[in-house]
Design a protein around this ligand. Structure first.
Ligand code: IMP
Length: 429
């Protein structure tokens, strides 16, 4: 019985897609447990670049059964577009290979409209959401008025959708936003229900049985620890449980099958964030431009979902220690090491300082980070490009020292290093 969980340790965009792709080669199931099409995972195989928002990227491996878990919120239109794109690229996507939890919640155009209206109402204090309706869909779930994927199988689904739209229109009106015309939405969603019905099923039992039968289930986290609804930089977070324990509730797995789970924390070699909220190690100017890239490559630091330039900074080990604890990490996978080549020195934030006191851990969580000053350790950089390195000893000694220092500072070994976007640009230590 092997449960593996791949989780982001930062504010998302850590490069989880390629680590999931690596582990998927040996997995029987790959299952997403949280979020929706706010996520964007990029996987490069040869000349093909797959940008996936909903379908677990593991589906690219022919032996994998992909699961969209109950913890997700699903926009059926995005899902059907993605299925069509994958098929065009020659990937077999059928109910034999893709299952959708009947308990996952449905995203409707009303959720997207509400997301936009709520952000507009927040004005200067807006969260900078992806605009995909994620928050309003989870709000409906918590308020016990949401529609679930399983409702698409009901004979009166369109009627239920009509009631949801009528209620959402009342809220839109309160927010001063234009209401939606229910008729085209109901027609469109009726078609989506027909197209998706064969994929919708109760998935937790199948995953549980698979683990009991000794199969490997890889749980794929979306976003990152610092965007977790409970433990992230609240209120600048997403609305789901992004952390590794969320894989259990988000897939319907019990603690029996979680014993001995391998939890791989994905850490970008530097720090990035999209949207608003605190970011103690943020940098600006030419260093920021250097870390972000120009946007010419799919791996440059521009949002996969929204295209927004990401904020960038030095790796923050105080926040990483927090992620180690919350996720129970067993391994670290460091990505984008190649981007740091050519810098004279690299910085690691090893502690925070506030009012003359040094803090190595977040004592009160990541909530009022504005009052902390990062304490940096400066390490020698490396001039050599690392993208052709395929084993630990190929790496320049300064790059190895940087990685070893990260492991030392947070107490978890760095077992994987990615040095470029291609599948083979990975070092397993
Ligand atoms: P929402 O998930 O669209 O509600 O957005 C809430 C916050 O999470 C915003 O700051 C987004 O930029 C951020 N966010 C959501 N999904 C992702 C992601 O996949 N990567 C990085 N940031 C994300």
């Amino acid at each position: 019985m092997t449960l593996q969980i791949v989780v982001g340790t930062q504010w998302g965009d850590e490069g989880k897609g390629r680590i999931v792709d690596w582990f998927s080669a040996g997995a029987d199931y790959v299952a997403r447990y949280n979020g929706g099409d706010n996520a964007g995972h990029t996987v490069t195989v040869g000349s093909q670049v797959y940008k996936l928002h909903l379908v677990p990227s593991g589906i690219i491996h022919p032996q994998v059964i992909a699961v969209l878990g109950n913890g997700m919120v699903i926009n059926p239109r995005t899902l059907l577009d993605e299925i069509a794109l994958l098929r065009q690229a020659g990937v077999d996507v059928s109910p034999r290979r893709l299952r959708i939890s009947s308990f996952a919640h449905l995203i409707t155009p009303a959720h997207r409209a509400l997301d936009a209206a709520l952000e507009a109402a927040r004005g200067k204090t807006s969260i900078g959401t992806t605009g995909r309706g994620i928050g309003p869909a989870y709000t409906d779930k918590a308020a016990r008025r949401g529609l679930r994927m399983g409702n698409m199988l009901d004979a009166n689904f369109v009627e239920q959708l009509g009631e949801h739209l009528a209620e959402a229109n009342r809220m839109l009106e309160l927010l001063g936003a234009p209401p939606l015309d229910p008729e085209p939405v109901c027609r469109e969603y009726g078609q989506y229900a027909a197209a998706l019905k064969d994929y919708i099923t109760e998935t937790s039992r199948e995953l549980h049985s698979a683990l009991r039968a000794g199969k490997t289930v890889l749980a794929e986290g979306a976003q990152g620890t610092l965007l977790d609804l409970d433990f992230g930089t609240y209120p600048f977070v997403t609305s789901s449980s992004t952390i590794a324990p969320g894989a259990l509730t988000g897939l319907g797995l019990g603690l029996d099958v979680a014993a001995g789970a391998r939890v791989i924390g994905v850490v970008k070699a530097f720090q990035t964030r999209v949207g608003s909220g605190p970011f103690p190690t943020e940098v600006s100017g030419s260093l920021a431009e250097r870390l972000r890239g120009t946007g010419a490559h799919p791996w440059d630091e521009y949002g996969t979902t929204t295209g927004r330039p990401r904020r960038v900074g030095w790796l923050d080990v105080v926040l990483l220690r927090y992620a180690v604890r919350l996720n129970g990490l067993s391994d670290l996978a460091v990505t984008k090491l190649d981007i740091l080549s050519g810098l004279e020195t690299v910085h690691l934030c090893v502690a925070y300082e506030s009012n003359g006191r040094r803090h190595e851990h977040l004592e009160a969580g990541p909530f009022s980070l504005q009052s902390f000053q990062p304490v940096y350790e400066e390490l020698p950089g490396w001039a050599e490009p690392v993208s052709a390195c395929r084993c630990w000893n190929d790496l320049p000694s300064a790059a190895r020292a940087y990685l070893d220092r990260i492991a030392d500072l947070c107490g978890v070994p760095v077992r994987f290093v990615s040095v470029g976007p291609e599948r083979e640009q990975m070092i397993e230590r």
